[in-house]
Design a protein around this ligand. Sequence first.
Ligand code: MG
Length: 398
Amino acid sequence: MALNNTPQDFPQKKLAVLGSTGSIGTQTLEVVRQHPDLFAIEVLSAQNQADILIEQALEFKPNMVVIGNEALYEKVNEALYRTDTKVFAGRESLEEAACCAEVNTVVTALSGAAGLKPTLKAIEAKKNIALANKETLVAGGELVCKASREHRVPIIPIDSEHSAIFQCLAGEQYNPVEKIFLTGSGGPFRGKTRAELENITPAQALKHPTWSMGRKITIDSSTLMNKGLEMIEAKWLFGVRPEDIEVVIQPESIIHSMVSFADGSVKAQLGVPDMKLPIQYALSYPFRPALNTPRLNFAELGSLHFEKPDTDTFMCLALAYRAIEKGGNMPCIMNAANEIAVEAFLAEKISFLQIGRLIEKAMETVTFSAEIQLKTLEETDADTRDFCRRTVASGISL
Ligand code: MG
């Protein structure tokens, strides 16, 4: 494949892919497969999917793999016994792997706030971060941004909207952002009333109209919490105020986000909804090597549509604005409550509409703290999960 726009001296990136068996992880490996000269895999990690991890390790021959679930260590170790790949297990090994000397770029594709600590460790070890784990910035945005400034480590977003904003900002270093238009498809239940959402099943919520993604983010998209998390992520990544971020529903998912400037000009980034594009851009920035993805056909597309989000029906988006306005550990509470609420919904322990109500209850109940330290956030995260699990188990009406 022609790489005529990538300079000869593009140093091969040595990657640690944290969460390599998930949706972003496997698509990252597809990008690596297309460009073995540009990217090499040094570390792969997975929580539970041992079989896929073993298969990936046999193909990409990393220096080491980490299986999060220690009970699966023997299985992975045995399968890779005859290879040069070293096998480790458990949370601490994951943090160490992200910092190992052979790695220069860490792709954080873990799901949930579990990504916070390994991301911070990788920043401290001066690894470039390609960030797919938005919960990290939601729970610990202030800490992560401070660490990234102190250690002069760039954080390049993989989330498609933030990649779009990042691309719109290329060459605009002298021009302050007036507004960010964060676009979203509206999810599978766009236009529905609360009454119509009463009996939604997990199977219905898992059918996203435009993007193919992991289960957690697909449910987040159906509640619009995903847009809430992304609004907070954008605030930290681009240093803007929440009131300068406007969520716009763009059902075709062709415009991935937009930025406006002081002269009224609006820049947008467009493309087919395919995560390989933002993944590759985060890894090859500022270059654009060729990528084998479908191309946009505007005549076939015909038209694009825009709407305001319905925050009365989809209360999670409003909760996110409330959480970031309050600051401190509130976004961390909201995020942890959401993780448990989504888990409980998928296990059919709470209804679709109870997701937002459980999060709101946690935000009203768990102890607020204005101070943000890693220890405080870890305690907040644990307390919130505990509160939400107890609330779900008690069966009290939400
Ligand atoms: Mg996104």
